[in-house]
Design a protein around this ligand. Structure first.
Ligand code: IPE
Ligand code: IPE
Ligand code: MG
Length: 237
């Protein structure tokens, strides 16, 4: 990382890993080859974020809407997720806390249990927290929190006057994690696509035409330099 003041780095960065399919299509390859390259970019960028001292990173890997894709593409993504889970299980010395955002049950019992196990075994690592949003949707996140609020209310744990923004935040999949400061979306699309919608209320947005498999540390440095120049007012002056 070139010369960015450490105090001006975002605490929490979110990556919308988009453009894998187009990366492959441009080369006349099947879309799944793009996902494989995208998985390498994910590992590369996660490592780099750790190296430069980013505390929290969230990667949007699979949305609640992505189930609509053709079965062989979804299967390849599931295969890549499993491969990653096996890899982190083996290399636990990486000392990264891992959290999965989204309803794990959609991945089947075996995979869901492995995800929970990895969250539990990495719980005390505090150097960096890596969140993988898998079967994640911002709207689903909010609905899930509302259901928990209703059940807390049913059991008289809380009453209406206890419901406030901090309670809602704490019940999201990201409960206890600081809100995202910077969202980076490659691939040229300029939208959020149901990523961290509550948590991004005051996030800075950074868009680039680079496709995710081509996203490099150098490109991230550019986004960080841009972020460091922004004036975040949070509604103040
Ligand atoms: C993002 O790349 C990966 C996932 C949504 C899983 P895409 O597969 O959306 O790539 P494009 O947008 O079709 O190029
Ligand atoms: C967003 O990308 C989801 C992920 C990167 C996991 P999409 O490719 O699904 O988003 P849209 O459909 O272009 O909005
Ligand atoms: Mg896409």
């Amino acid at each position: 990382m070139s010369n960015i003041d450490k105090n001006k780095l975002p605490v929490h960065i979110g990556f919308i890993m988009d453009g894998n399919g187009r990366w492959a299509q441009k080369r006349g390859l099947p879309r799944k080859m793009g996902h494989r390259e995208g998985a390498s970019a994910f590992r590369r960028i996660a490592r780099y974020c750790k190296k430069i001292g980013i505390k929290y990173i969230t990667f949007y890997a699979f949305s609640t809407e992505n189930w609509k894709r053709p079965a062989d593409e979804v299967n390849e993504l599931m295969r890549l997720f499993k491969e990653y889970l096996d890899e982190v299980e083996k290399y636990a010395e990486d000392k990264t806390r891992l959290i999965f955002l989204g309803d794990k049950s959609a991945f089947g019992r075996e995979m869901a249990e492995k995800m929970t196990q990895l969250e539990e075994s990495s719980r005390d690592f505090d150097e960096m927290t890596l969140m993988l949003a898998m079967n994640y949707g911002g709207r689903d996140d909010i609905v899930h929190a509302i259901k928990r609020i209703v059940s807390m209310s049913d059991s008289k744990e809380i009453s209406c006057s206890d419901i406030n923004e901090s309670l809602v935040s704490s019940l999201l999949y990201t409960g206890g994690i600081p809100d995202v400061d910077l969202i980076i979306r490659p691939s040229g699309e300029k939208r959020i696509s149901n990523f961290l919608i509550w948590q991004s209320a005051y996030a800075e947005l950074y868009f680039t035409d680079t496709l995710w498999p081509d996203f490099t540390a150098n490109e991230l440095d550019k986004a960080l330099a841009d972020f460091a120049e922004r004036s975040r007012r949070f509604g103040g002056v």
